[in-house]
Design a binder for this molecule. Structure first.
Ligand code: ADP
Length: 309
């Protein structure tokens, strides 16, 4: 294994309640590598096995079989050591309401055995813009601040890998983009980020690599752009004023053409047809263009196709 791999997983399998009526195969021989320095998105519909995967990494759920290496160390054999490599941010916002962010980080640092003079409590609070709230009771914090506090808590031992389970669930749009900015900031500082999210457009914008799991099986893993190219089509949409134009140059193209009301849609595969040929055909058709736009494949299109969900 090369040393640019943060997490390597081989044939990971998890069965809940084995040999009972409610037996559930939650992870079905998952194998994947996550590169150091990546923002890696783990996507999948509800019940796909994402939390099980993260909970196994966090040592909250026991795997049935398979191997995991964190920064080259076996997860089982060196459990105590590999735990120091990872900071795990859980989905639930369970924070003790009677402690302040400062106290919570200090307690967490104590749990990791970090000596007082090596603690970075103030630095971390500042990084996640919680310094103003350092001494406020956690119960007075907003939802977005609590999320940031959970990230801060996961960072006290300065882990190389930060794992976030649905960090933006239930967070409003503004706070979500704010949280992503914070996560990107941590990535720029060199942290490997692993994230599960329902918000596919966010994963599309922020993740370098994506794995899609469905019913416990890995169905795709690649760079975000390669995953999107699974459905390699673009749509050129023209809003026109009047129907007095010659459609033939456009229908002669190697593309699908649809007209609905005042919209003309040309659906094409970029590897089969040049954009300039389409523009020439549009010009030759003498269509009076009111507006024009191009739709590219979205991660959501691929996700829906692959998970048929
Ligand atoms: P996701 O996080 O992608 O929504 P989960 O990992 O939570 O998926 O769940 C994967 C599957 O395992 C689901 O079918 C879920 O019902 C089942 N499952 C999860 N946790 C347990 C458990 N503690 N006991 C039994 N089944 C479970």
């Amino acid at each position: 294994m090369t040393n640019d791999i943060a997490i390597s997983v081989q044939d990971l399998k998890k069965v809940y309640s084995p040999n009972t009526k409610s037996e559930k195969l939650a992870l079905n021989n998952i194998s994947l590598n996550i590169k150091k320095g990546a923002i890696f998105g783990l996507l999948g519909p509800n019940g796909a096995g994402k939390s099980t995967f993260i909970n196994i990494l966090a040592d909250l759920v026991r795997k049935n079989s398979g191997n995991i290496k964190i920064l080259g160390y076996d997860h089982q054999e060196y459990l105590k050591k590999v735990k120091t490599f990872m900071g795990i941010v859980p989905q639930e916002l369970n924070i003790d309401p009677f402690f302040t962010p400062y106290e919570l980080l200090e307690i967490q640092a104590g749990l990791f055995g970090i000596p007082k003079n090596s603690r970075r409590t103030c630095e971390i609070l500042k990084l996640l813009r919680l310094e103003d709230k350092a001494h406020a009771y956690a119960r007075t914090l907003s939802g977005g601040m609590r999320r940031r506090l959970l990230i801060a808590k996961a960072m006290v031992h300065d882990p190389e890998i930060l794992i976030l389970d649905e960090p933006t669930a239930g967070v409003d749009v503004e706070l979500r983009s704010d949280l992503w900015k914070n996560i990107c900031k941590l990535n720029k500082q060199g942290k490997t980020i692993i994230i599960t999210t329902h918000y596919l457009h966010e994963a599309e914008e922020l993740c370098d690599e994506i794995a899609i799991i469905d019913k416990g099986k890995l169905i795709a893993i690649d760079t975000t752009s390669k995953i999107k190219s699974f459905i390699n089509k673009k749509e050129l949409i023209i809003l026109f004023d009047d129907k007095n134009f010659n459609l033939k140059p456009i229908t002669d193209l190697n593309a699908k053409v649809e007209i609905k009301a005042n919209l003309l849609k040309i659906i094409y595969k970029p590897e089969e047809i040049l954009y300039s040929d389409i523009l020439n055909a549009v010009q030759n058709s003498n269509i009076k263009i009111n507006d024009i736009k191009i739709n590219e494949t979205k991660l959501e299109d691929v996700f829906l196709k692959l998970t048929k969900n």
